[in-house]
Design a binder for this molecule. Structure first.
Ligand code: NAP
Ligand code: ZN
Length: 351
């Protein structure tokens, strides 16, 4: 199917309209008319080739919501008209031990990303959600049960939501736990909402004084300006878990020193340049850990969507037409997003 999209032809070229072709609907496929697509910082990292291995043309976008327009003959869970979502993955090997455990993001043979992943479809790599339509294997399609008027604000749950939900669950955020969320951007603002909804005591860390009141409104119990050493020192040795979403290289010791004995600092940000090597002494003397976490599996993504629908949780968004994507990237680089840009996919018709 001929589809209008927005993407870049090289790392130093702006995004521009691109005509792409979506594959014909196969037996296990779901064809989706995209209504909204969130703008993740990973889109920017990848389209600008800040990580190795970007294939061009690059059409980013992995926070997709829309309506089913057709299904293959073997698809039983979806029908035309259903409201659905697609996140960061569109396929995996489905037979390794990670896939067997529902952890497709850790597929030992490599999951297929929603963009920049290997595919037999033209042009040989996947093209993402900055487009009018997408065709996806039904196992990687999520059901959405939020009210119809919230759909745009649901889109960011597909990456920012699951990337914060999964580690918060894994490290058992909940009542009686003191949880830190570092960086109040797309991921971080969801981390605050989710950790609060799980019943934890939530402390938000921000470099932006202007986000203090917002962080409290999002559900934080306390806010720390992370560039103020006195405010940081007041929280030494006190956290069970800190989720660090910062998209830029920075000193991790400032956060590892805030953990209790056996606490964990989990990194989800993937900066272009490495963090300075952390000191081992603060880790060794309190048996503290520095860990990482990648999005979440498909079953857990569905669990997160259902949890959010039940609790009335969505993202705080600013809707943009696709034509404003470069300006949105500029603002994202200045940490000036409150708190996720979402593309109104109807604007692609004019592309
Ligand atoms: P974002 O909206 O740009 O938010 C990042 C936040 O980090 C900013 O709002 C800012 O918060 C803080 N920050 C930025 N530069 C900083 C600096 N130099 N020092 C300290 N804090 C800084 O980005 P996002 O979409 O949430 O993504 C965050 C990172 O996670 C990106 O690297 C992205 O690629 C990665 N990611 C990882 C996964 C995964 O599975 N692990 C999934 C999705 C995204 P304040 O203004 O509050 O300081
Ligand atoms: Zn993302």
């Amino acid at each position: 199917m001929a589809t209008k999209a927005y993407g870049a032809h090289a790392a130093d070229k702006p995004l521009e309209p691109i005509d792409i072709e979506r594959r014909a609907v196969g037996a296990h496929d779901v064809q989706i008319a995209i209504a909204y697509c969130g703008v993740c910082h990973s889109d920017l990292h990848q389209v600008r080739s800040e990580w190795d291995g970007t294939l061009y043309p690059c059409v980013p976008g992995h926070e997709i919501v829309g309506h089913v327009t057709a299904v293959g003959e073997d698809v039983t869970r979806f029908k035309a008209g259903d409201v659905v979502g697609v996140g960061c993955m569109v396929d995996s090997c489905q037979h390794c031990s990670s896939c067997d455990e529902g952890l497709e993001q850790y597929c030992e043979n490599g999951f297929v990303g929603t963009y920049n992943g290997p595919t037999p479809d033209v042009p040989g790599h996947t093209l993402g959600g900055y487009s009018q339509n997408i065709v996806v294997n039904d196992k990687f399609v999520l059901k959405i049960s939020h009210p119809a008027d919230q759909l745009a604000a649901v889109a960011p749950l597909l990456c920012a939501g699951i990337t914060t939900y999964s580690p918060l669950r894994h490290w058992q955020a909940g009542p009686g736990k003191k949880i830190g969320i570092v960086g109040i951007g797309g991921l971080g603002h969801m981390g605050i909402k989710l950790a609060h909804a799980m019943g934890a005591h939530v402390v938000a860390f921000t470099t932006s004084e202007s986000k203090r009141q917002d962080a409290l409104d999002l559900g934080a119990d306390e806010v720390v300006i992370s560039r103020d050493p006195d405010q940081m020192a007041a929280h030494a040795d006190s956290f069970d878990f800190i989720l660090n979403t910062v998209a830029a290289s920075h000193n991790l010791d400032a956060f590892s020193g805030l953990l209790k004995r056996d606490g964990t600092l989990c990194l989800v940000g993937v900066p272009e340049h490495p963090h300075p090597s952390p000191n081992v002494a603060p880790l060794i003397f309190r048996r503290r850990a520095i860990a990482g976490s990648l999005i979440g599996g498909i079953a857990e993504t569905q669990e997160m969507l259902d949890f959010c629908a039940e609790k009335g949780i969505t993202a705080d968004i600013e809707m943009i037409p696709i034509q404003d994507i470069e300006a949105a990237y500029k603002r994202m680089l200045k940490s000036d997003v409150k708190y996720r840009f979402v593309i109104d996919s109807a604007s692609l018709a004019a592309a």
